[in-house]
Write a protein that binds this ligand. Structure first.
Ligand SMILES: Cc1ncc(COP(=O)(O)O)c(C=O)c1O
Length: 391
């Protein structure tokens, strides 16, 4: 029998503290390990597998496309990419789309767009304001916007002209935006930083400040977008419109793809400014088209609202009787359970009990299940959490 754990430690760079679990199969809300054990998957590849594992519509779209054409090049027109952009534009108030392969690349695209826009339309303004405790990705640009010292420190010096302000603090934001600021970037629901939702009033005020100072408002919906908040886009949940939004994670339902959606006046890229060899290739676009169709026509987003409300209700009841739980935070199916201690051992205990969950910050359990979970899955997950957190 293959010992994947020892084999991978020998040959893979030491970038991840992996759990001693090897997953290689899944169906719906369950992932199976190499010993045939099923896990209820409430992490969903960290908010990626929006439709769970091996969803028939997604598998069909990918396998059919693989038999037709996997890749050509953005030197040519790609029907699947155009169809995907049409769908994203139709379901939002954005006009133009750029495709890439990951969240960090979507953020890089947003950064470059903001810098070019500032140079061209705001007298060379180049400063970017980002949030404390944010997470935007691992490339140098995205890392420069990530307001967490532990991620930044080993890689300094990073990109200049980034200023951090406390999240949800409108006074700090209004004090920081000036004539040299081209953009403000934030996650409507902070993910990696500990699952902190923005207040609606904060986002409304951020919109007002940005509009009044001719500054771009950029939303990173890489984790909180695409149905997780119970609306297709997180900004629709908040009813606040940014000038551009970065997407990835759930967009391909497991197939790698990222996107930057922008208003026409902001979409200042010209040929030669920015590109991606694989960005929006036929495979990734076919997968994402199937995903968006399921989320919208297939009523998955609506379903997620019902089951999300049920999950919050159950967790809130648990919090009232379990003193280890300090707070339940989040929106719909993006949930943080703030504990009064390190969450790490409880992630392990959940795994042992057959439930996959994650961590966000040192003391927060992160639940970002597939949007297709049913109430019975919620009951099963909350039973495990009740047992584990009661130990
Ligand atoms: C909000 C947010 N932005 C950006 C990223 C980076 O995405 P990727 O890992 O696909 O580069 C992440 C990843 O966790 C994220 O949560």
């Amino acid at each position: 029998m293959s010992n994947w754990i020892d084999r991978s430690k020998k040959v893979l760079m030491n970038t991840y503290s992996r759990f001693p679990i090897t997953l290689n199969e899944g169906a719906g809300v369950y992932a199976k390990d190499d010993h045939g054990r099923d896990y209820l998957d409430f992490l969903a590849g960290i908010a990626v597998n929006a439709l769970g594992h091996a969803h028939p519509a997604l598998s069909k779209a990918i396998s059919e496309q693989a038999q037709k054409m996997m890749h050509c090049s953005n030197l040519y027109h790609i029907p699947q990419q155009t169809e995907l952009a049409e769908k994203l534009v139709k379901h939002s108030n954005f006009d133009k789309v750029f495709f890439c392969n990951s969240g960090t690349e979507a953020i890089e695209s947003a950064l470059k767009l903001a810098r070019k826009w500032g140079n061209r339309h705001k007298k060379g303004a180049t400063k970017i304001i980002a949030m404390e405790h944010s997470f935007h990705g691992r490339t140098i640009g995205a890392l420069s916007l990530t307001g967490q010292e532990k991620y930044q420190k080993p890689f300094q010096p990073l990109m200049p002209k980034v200023e951090f302000v406390p999240f949800n603090d409108i006074g700090a934001l209004s004090g920081a935006v000036d004539e040299d600021t081209c953009a403000v970037i934030l996650e409507p629901v902070q993910g990696e930083g500990g699952i902190f939702p923005a207040r609606q009033k904060y986002l409304q005020e951020a919109r007002r400040i940005c509009s009044e100072t001719d500054t771009l408002l950029l939303f990173d919906e890489v984790q909180c977008g695409l149905g997780r908040t119970g609306t297709l886009f997180a900004h629709q949940y908040y009813e606040v419109e940014p000038d551009a939004v970065a997407l990835a994670k759930g967009l391909g339902g497991g197939f790698p793809i990222g996107a930057l959606l922008a208003k026409e006046r902001v979409a200042v890229f010209e040929p030669g400014d920015h590109a991606s060899t694989f960005g929006g290739n036929p495979m990734a676009s076919a997968a994402a088209c199937a995903l968006i169709t399921e989320l919208t026509d297939g009523n998955v987003v609506k379903h997620s609202r019902e089951v999300g409300a049920y999950l919050h209700e159950k967790l809130s009841s648990l919090a009232t009787v379990n003193p280890r739980i300090k707070e339940i935070r989040g929106v719909n199916l993006m949930i943080g359970i703030q504990l009064d201690r390190d969450a790490g051992p409880y992630v392990d205990k959940c795994h042992k009990a057959g439930l996959l969950v994650g961590k966000a910050g040192p003391d927060v359990l992160r639940l970002v299940p597939p949007l297709i979970i049913e109430k019975e899955h919620v009951d099963a997950a909350v039973d495990i959490l009740t047992e584990v957190l009661g130990e």
